[in-house]
Design a protein around this ligand. Structure first.
Ligand code: NBY
Length: 820
């Protein structure tokens, strides 16, 4: 492949694409498939990236700069080619080159498989953070797992979700680089042995199984600043070659077991969102990538420092939820068993280097590992956790003498389980929630005891999103329109968009803005036609709810409301009703039956309504198959209404709410998560808020819930909708199909109380909020103003703002400049 190109010029670029086709595939342009051209273009772009990458790492070494290691089981990065071209400001020249070779750049971009190494919000947040870190010139590593199969691809068959393996590496992933030279060993099982060294006991593992952790590096390209940070994802290989000279070379049985261990560890992402499943393999995955990441971080640190006690001045480990929390005992192990420190010194370092972000208050998402499993898999780590716990309980006793109940509530090891969130809290110097209300709930309820013990550790960091992917890349028409008016500074400083405020009162600007929205709706309508075979009218209101399917997010309330509207229109065919397209996109965890049944319900309702000619297309219901980062980019740009309707207190923050807002869709939502902050910025008159408050929800929960039968009996329209769940209206072939959903709302099931997410309780308020939306939409001029005000108020929801706050309050990094 061609040598170093500083700034791509079109002719060189064309030549390079042609060369790449030749060396990669032995093809010339006329024979190449779109996939081949994509690969050839990606390799050409990668060359430029590499120059910046090398320069960045040199600059970091020279500056001796402090780094953040963002430890996360998930990075939902989305496609790289488009984003990279934009960051390098090479999109135009590449488009021209590709066109002159006879291809369309959008089609080429569509050839890239979405790396889907995450479930939803938490994984996407990690990807936005890396994007911001690079763009803001901060030294950072993402550390994760190279799952061979990412988030499953969703097919809808006969209305049901079917999971298809996501074989994203099938054609090779051009942006990754295997770094075999940094491979290391991770040990599982066996037992802990002791020997005396210089009069002190030294602990080491015996009879263990090993895997070889091999890193693959992905470039995270900053916008226009030559910074390229690294996302390092670890793959597992069998260790056999490491072992050739070891005493147990002949241990055939172990060799086979190690082969199996290596094969399974990095095979597949667990597709659960906000749900803990307690699988042994998951704990192996956690320890695998944490041990490899920490070993490497320490080794790198020691290359340029000789005093390990300095570590917290140069390195900070941010734990993305509890999934990476074995980092705490693993760091202790490395410091004590490999660096020879005593407990106190090791603890002083660990507790200054680790910080923890909580993403949920849902109890079913809290990780608690049975000690039998934990100690069998990680015997040395378990010993260390026991000692952390013992000392932690002493600390509590010291501060709250005699308060045994408090110690029971806070113990890290309790009732035969290791409580990971508690270990994270005990060890971290910082504990943060992801929106103001969420952090408050952590302090007052979920982690109250920990707040009382160490209030200074707690802080809030409201989430954010990157405007580079979710506006510049996803909505080029609006991005250009904004740049024409206020310049392009918003790309790296989103607070600039408030300058758009002056255009709100300009009629021509409003028309242009809404015209862009219309074009984006046409783009989505085409996507829906192509992928779903459903014709939707781009002039209808696009009312959108896209996110993981979970009961607390209340997609069920949304579809029940559609059923309710349909009944109304059927009863009153002449009632004024502006046409609506209700758009859903959601994956359900593979074992989450009620969530999957809800998908079936949405599709069943869609079937009936979309095929009822008598309502003249006044309602269309669309379930977009395989919602993922790349379809999301098309969807946000086209939305009129953003459905953010979680039961108040349950959604820690939400981030799609911010993506919709930035693209000019007002929020129809509850006072939950970051919705509260969105409404504060944009003004209540530019959003549609309804329903119970978090306080009311928590109150009612503490009183043992409520009886939805009263609502069912008193409200005939709600009653009718619920009856349609069990009278075969939407399931004539099996009237019992939706019984479980009906029961969950009215009688409770599986030992749960009825309607734990207060769907019936909030239903009327929700329906009434929809009426406000329809009324507002009818006033075209004012609607345009509302949309524009949403874009103009989105400044604080950039992940750049979030990252600056993490840097200021937790990480204390310094910016590094890279000059080529
Ligand atoms: O994190 C989400 C929150 O629900 C959302 O409100 C917030 O905006 C976002 C970013 O802070 N949480 C989330 O996505 N969680 C998971 O995906 C997840 C995945 C796996 C497990 C737990 C949670 N697990 O225990 O296996």
């Amino acid at each position: 492949m061609a040598g170093v190109i500083k700034k791509l010029d079109k002719e060189t670029l064309k030549q390079e694409i042609i060369n790449n086709l030749k060396t990669l595939y032995r093809k010339d342009v006329s024979e190449a498939t779109l996939q081949m051209v994509y690969q050839a273009v990606a390799y050409a772009v990668k060359e430029d990236v590499i120059d910046n990458w090398i320069a960045t790492q040199k600059a970091y070494d020279k500056a001796g700069a402090k780094k953040v290691y963002y430890l996360s089981m998930e990075f939902l990065v989305g496609r790289a080619l488009g984003n990279t071209m934009l960051a390098l400001k090479e999109e135009d020249v590449i488009r021209e080159a590709v066109e002159e070779l006879g291809f369309d750049l959008t089609e080429i971009e569509d050839e890239e498989r979405d790396p889907a190494l995450g479930n939803g919000g938490l994984g996407r947040l990690a990807a936005c953070f890396l994007d911001s870190l690079s763009t803001l010139n901060y030294p950072a590593y993402g550390c994760g797992i190279r799952y061979h199969y990412g988030m499953f691809r969703q097919k809808i068959e006969n209305g049901y979700q079917k999971e298809i393996p996501d074989d994203w590496l099938k054609n090779g992933y051009p942006f990754e680089i295997k770094r075999d030279e940094y491979a290391c060993e991770v040990k599982f099982g066996g037992y802990v042995a002791t020997r005396m060294e210089n009069g002190n006991p030294h602990f080491y593992q015996k009879n263990y199984q090993s895997v070889r952790a091999v890193p693959y590096d992905l470039p995270i390209v900053g916008y226009g600043n030559h910074i390229v940070n690294t996302l390092r994802i670890w793959d597992a290989e069998a260790i056999t070659s490491f072992r050739l000279d070891s005493f147990d070379r002949g241990d055939y049985q172990r060799a086979v077991e190690e082969q199996n261990l290596a094969r399974t560890i990095s095979e597949v992402l667990y597709p659960n969102d906000n749900h803990y499943s307690g699988k042994e393999l998951r704990l192996k995955q956690q320890y695998f990538f944490i041990s490899a990441s920490l070993q490497t971080a320490i080794k790198k640190f020691l290359q340029s420092h000789d005093n390990i006690r300095e570590l917290p001045n140069y390195v900070v480990f941010q734990m993305n939820d509890t999934h990476p929390t074995v980092a705490v005992p693993e760091l202790m192990r490395i410091l004590m068993d490999e660096q020879g420190l005593g407990w106190e010194e090791a603890w002083a370092i660990t507790s200054k280097a680790c910080a923890y972000t909580n993403h949920t208050i849902m109890t079913e998402a809290l990780e608690k590992w049975p000690i039998e499993l934990f100690s069998r898999l990680l015997p040395r780590i378990y010993q260390i956790v026991e000692e952390i716990n013992r000392r932690f309980l002493l600390e509590i006793e010291h501060k709250f003498p005699g308060d045994q109940a408090r110690k029971d509530r806070m113990a890290i090891i309790h009732d035969g389980q290791v409580r990971m969130a508690f270990m994270a809290c005990a060890a971290s110097f910082s504990i943060n929630g992801v929106a103001k209300i969420h952090t408050e709930i952590l302090e007052k309820q979920t982690l109250r005891d920990f707040y009382e013990l160490s209030p200074e550790k707690f802080n809030n960091k409201t989430n954010g999103i990157t405007q580079r992917r979710f506006l510049l890349h996803a909505n080029p028409l609006l991005a250009d329109w904004i740049t024409e008016r206020i310049g392009d500074k918003w790309i790296t400083d989103l607070s600039e968009v408030k300058k758009l405020g002056v255009y709100v009162d300009d009629k021509k600007s409003r028309q242009e803005y809404m015209n862009i929205k219309y074009k984006n709706k046409v783009r989505l309508a085409n996507y829906i036609l192509e992928h779903n075979g459903i014709v939707v009218d781009p002039r209808s209101i696009f009312d959108v709810q896209v996110k993981r399917l979970h009961e607390y997010k209340r997609q069920l309330m949304n579809i029940l409301h559609v059923m309710y509207l349909y009944n109304k229109i059927k009863d009153n065919p002449d009632m004024p009703f502006y046409p609506h397209t209700f758009i859903f996109g959601a994956k359900a965890a593979a074992g989450y039956h009620r969530a999957k049944l809800t998908i079936k319900l949405i599709n069943a309702v869609a079937d009936v309504i979309n095929n009822d000619a008598s309502i003249n297309g006044k309602i269309k219901v669309v379930f977009i198959e395989d919602y993922c980062v790349s379809s999301a980019e098309i969807i946000f740009a086209a939305a009129d209404v953003s459905e953010q309707i979680s039961t108040a207190s349950k959604e820690a923050s939400g981030t799609s709410n911010m993506k919709f807002m930035l693209n000019g869709a007002p929020t129809l939502g509850t006072m939950d998560g970051a919705n509260i902050e969105i409404v504060k910025e944009v003004g209540e008159e530019n959003a549609f808020i309804f329903g119970m408050s978090a306080e009311e929800v928590i109150q009612l929960e503490q009183n043992g819930g409520y009886n939805p039968m009263h609502i069912f009996n008193a409200d005939q329209e709600i009653r009718r909708v619920l009856m349609q769940l069990i009278n075969g209206f939407y399931s004539p072939d099996d009237p019992e199909r939706f019984r479980d959903i009906y029961n969950s709302l009215l009688t409770g099931s599986n030992g749960d109380r009825p309607d734990v997410y207060f769907i019936l309780k909030d239903f009327r308020a929700y329906a009434e909020a929809h009426e406000r939306v329809d009324k507002a939409y009818a006033d075209e001029e004012n609607w345009a103003k509302m949309c524009m005000r949403n874009t103009a108020a989105a400044g604080p929801f950039s992940s750049d703002r979030t990252i600056e706050e993490y840097v200021r309050d937790i990480w204390h990094l310094k910016k590094v400049e890279v000059k080529l």
